[in-house]
Design a protein around this ligand. Structure first.
Ligand code: ADP
Ligand code: ZN
Ligand code: ZN
Length: 808
């Protein structure tokens, strides 16, 4: 007899699997979705392993098969197990990442009579039992219906009694699927057009102008018209159509439509470009890995924006397709990369699938099934597209691999880069990590030989003004000295005026995150830092104190600047609002737009704002980090970074890296057209290595400094981190629990004698209060923090983040 280890969809299951007997009637495979009894319930599960022996003495039987085809390939089952172990997440949560959208459904219980009922005495049954027996003699009935008749409790008792006596049996079915094929409303006339015209005239007489207009419109049509089109052309709302429908003048029908997220794109076919020397050499190396000639299968493709990385992805994919295999391409944020998607779609016409979380559930459902059936050569998507059921995987591309959006902030808190590397290992696929500013850890691994480094040192087309723009770093300390109290340095305001006068456009970049949290000397730019952790201290209005969010060090705000003795020490960062005011004061004649997450909450608003800016309906675009992403705006001749210091002073050891990456990206937005361009970075810390290196696009200079700091302070990649956050409505309780956990972990470290694990904190989290709950944090640092944590009891209320990307 065979046994199956099953990952069960229950919060109790955690990281465990459970053993079940495979009944002879069922054929079961790894990756298959099954029903299993669990306590007194029947739950969904995924088979993760088959074995000849159970892991416990007594096992129950698998109750049934949900889907005859396995939903997960064996490699993906392996991936789920790795995610669960590595990120300490419940196994089913890891499995669920790879299940078809809408998979998790309720189980419905049905009651019916047994095929051969035993002898029984009717008199021994009470009235309700007899009532139920009568009902089920007519056929099976849902428990829900019985509950409506008898009440919930009573129904369940009676059913249990009847089942116990062998007079009824339970069976289970899936609840209704939440996803349905999408349908669209179509309208047509249900009367002759002559009649409709008469009716329209009558309606006009009664001042029902809209109804008349709609009738007229339909009279002119030869075929049913979709409601979307009608609404657009006649400019009426649904009530107007309803009124005509109820008068019997209009017919309404639903027509199924296939959801195709690429429908809006109009794509001419594109052909492979003939490669530059650097591109060819990179591609040849990747190809030899794809052909199995070299054993190394992970690459870091390092090249500035415009150096031709995407063209390499495209040609590497073409090679994979030629071999009869397929690829997955991850991009940081799909809504911001329509141009990239178009390039893939035009190279592989009708062979590209798009997956991302902003698709409707129905769209995701359709795409999942089509991908599994092998309809696409390439799947493109954000983070979670790494879990697409793409068969015969040959290549995984992570574009902009340094982006933090690749890390999921909710459970399971996986990093798509690490998942991609693991999946490639399990499937034999090749991975390309691409970036202009690689993550310091990735670059370190590439130097160490874990990945092969491929470099594209130059832009492909340095002609046509596409070379990298000039960067000027402005020292804000000189501005105050010269009596300039504006947010714009003299340099920046002159450049803005000039750009606009010459018909160019300006982007003003403000990293709002972290603004108004640190204080800075307005005269010399000095920022107070924690002596132990090196991170900027955060200012708290309540209590007027400075606090280290890593180790909980507190200190009073000094009256004068410790460096230059100026009393103007309490200068807080700037917000977008302040910036908007300043723009309208300094440039009253100009038109400007703002683009940040506050104004782009609804679907499509990105495109709208961007469309307006591209159409030159505004001269200035004010934005946060979102504008740094890969947009091609040829009319932008000036990018101004209003304050480079806000990012620099976030209480996180990655602040320098983050600032460098952002500045490089932002600078890349300027001078993409024939007009050329200029970048101005304003800062109080012009000598900072991250700013210096960004101004020269010098990744090596940045990396060499940064990796030394990391080594000195034993930060990743020289250690791994686990961030433990406890949240609770009461701040004091929260702190006490954090301290208790610290004692527990310290004891554990001591008793096991693990020398290389250290604990930092507890301290209030940078965002101390979130949705009414206070948060305290502990950071565990060492070579394998998750090994220790996996064996500790971690109570409810704690969130564990392994390899966190941001500590704020
Ligand atoms: P990246 O992905 O590094 O930003 P792209 O692949 O987008 O770079 O290339 C930048 C621009 O150069 C694109 O317009 C692309 O079409 C063009 N390009 C890339 N490779 C070549 C080539 N070998 N010959 C001519 N143009 C190229
Ligand atoms: Zn000072
Ligand atoms: Zn500290």
């Amino acid at each position: 007899m065979g046994y199956a280890e099953v990952s069960v969809n229950s919060p109790i299951a955690q990281r465990r699997t459970f053993s079940y007997t495979i009944p002879p009637s069922l054929s079961i495979d790894v990756g298959q979705a099954v029903w299993v009894p669990f306590g007194d319930k029947l739950l969904q599960g995924i088979v993760v392993e088959l074995s000849d022996y159970p892991s416990v003495a007594e096992t129950r039987e698998i109750a049934g098969v949900i889907d005859p085809r396995p939903l997960l390939s064996p490699a993906r089952v392996g991936l789920a197990r790795w995610i669960s172990e590595h990120y300490l997440s419940p196994l089913f949560e890891a499995v669920a990442l790879m299940l078809p959208p809408g998979f998790e459904r309720k189980v419905l219980t049905f009651i019916s009579g047994p095929s051969s009922p035993p002898e029984y005495d009717l008199a021994s049954l009470n009235q309700e039992q007899r009532h139920v027996l009568e009902l089920i003699q007519q056929g099976k009935i849902g428990l829900k219906e019985l509950e409506k008749v008898l009440g919930k409790k009573k129904a369940q008792t009676v059913v249990s009694q009847l089942v116990g006596r062998g007079l009824a049996v339970r069976s289970y079915e899936l609840g209704p699927i939440k996803v349905r094929p999408k349908e669209e409303l179509y309208l047509s006339l249900s009367v002759k057009s002559s009649e409709a015209q008469q009716e329209a005239a009558r309606l006009r007489g009664k001042k029902a102008v809209k109804q008349a207009a709609l009738l007229d419109f339909l009279t002119q049509q030869t075929e049913p018209v979709s409601w979307v089109e009608v609404r657009h052309k006649v400019n009426c709302d649904k009530a107007v159509a309803d009124a005509l429908f109820s008068k019997g003048l209009v017919t309404v029908q639903y027509v199924g439509v296939k959801r195709d997220p690429l429908a809006d794109y109009c794509m001419p076919l594109s052909y492979p470009l003939s490669l530059t020397v650097a591109q060819r050499s990179a591609l040849e190396t990747i190809k030899s890995s794809l052909q199995g000639d070299i054993s190394l299968s992970a690459f870091l493709l390092h090249g500035v924006t415009g150096s031709g990385k995407t063209e390499i992805y495209l040609q590497a994919l073409a090679e994979v397709v030629k071999q009869g295999r397929r690829g997955i391409v991850l991009v940081p944020e799909i809504a911001l990369t329509p141009q990239t998607i178009e390039r893939f779609a035009s190279r592989f016409p009708r062979k590209v699938a798009i997956l991302h979380s902003k698709l409707s559930l129905g769209e995701q459902y359709d795409e999942w099934h089509r991908i599994r059936d092998g309809e696409f050569d390439v799947v493109i998507g954000s983070r979670s597209a790494i879990f697409a059921p793409q068969p015969d995987l040959g290549l995984i591309v992570l574009d902009e691999e340094h982006e933090w959006t690749y890390k999921q902030s909710d459970r399971p808190r996986y990093h798509a880069r690490d998942v991609a590397i693991k999946l490639a290992e399990l499937t034999g696929a090749v991975v390309i990590l691409g970036s202009a500013t690689p993550d310091v850890e990735t670059f370190y691994h590439a130097q160490g030989g874990d990945y092969q480094l491929l470099q594209l040192p130059e832009r492909v087309t340095p002609s046509e003004g596409a070379s990298l723009p000039q960067v000027e770093v402005v020292d804000l300390r000189d501005e105050l000295k010269a009596g300039n109290r504006s947010l714009f340095s003299r340099s920046l305001s002159q450049a803005m005026a000039k750009s606009i006068a010459c018909g160019g456009q300006v982007i003003l970049f403000l990293n709002r995150r972290g603004a108004a949290t640190f204080i800075q000397c307005r005269r010399c730019g000095f920022v107070l830092r924690c002596k132990r952790c090196e991170v900027a201290l955060t200012y708290h209005f309540a209590g007027d104190v400075l606090l280290c969010h890593r180790c909980n060090y507190r200190t009073a705000v000094p009256r004068v600047c410790p460096r230059c003795l100026s009393p103007r020490i309490k200068f807080l960062g700037i917000g977008t609002q302040r910036l908007e005011q300043e723009v309208s004061r300094t440039f009253p004649q100009t038109r400007w737009l703002r683009w940040d997450s506050d104004v782009t909450k609804y679907k499509g608003s990105h495109q709208e704002i961007l469309g307006k800016f591209r159409a030159h309906e505004a001269d200035i675009l004010i934005g946060t980090q979102m504008i740094a992403k890969g947009l091609d705006l040829p009319q932008v001749t000036l990018v101004g970074v209003v304050s480079a210091d806000t990012g620099l002073n976030l209480p996180d050891f990655r602040a320098g890296e983050r600032t460098f990456q952002l500045l490089c990206q932002v600078a890349g937005r300027a001078g993409r057209g024939r007009l050329g361009g200029q970048v101005i970075i304003q800062t109080y810390a012009p000598e900072h290595y991250a700013i210096q290196a960004a101004a020269k696009y010098d990744y090596d200079a940045f990396y060499n400094k940064e990796i030394n700091y990391r080594r000195q302070l034993r930060n990743p990649p020289f250690s791994r981190l686990a961030c433990l956050t406890y949240s609770q409505t009461n701040d004091a309780v929260c702190q006490r629990e954090a301290e208790r956990m610290k004692r527990l972990i310290t004891q554990e470290i001591d008793s096991r004698g693990i020398a290389d694990l250290s604990l930092i904190g507890p301290a209030p989290a940078f965002i101390h209060r979130l949705r009414g709950r206070f948060r305290w944090q502990l950071i565990l640092r060492g070579s394998e923090p998750s090994a220790l944590l996996s064996e500790l009891p971690i109570p409810q209320g704690w969130a564990v983040d392994i390899d966190p990307v941001g500590l704020v």
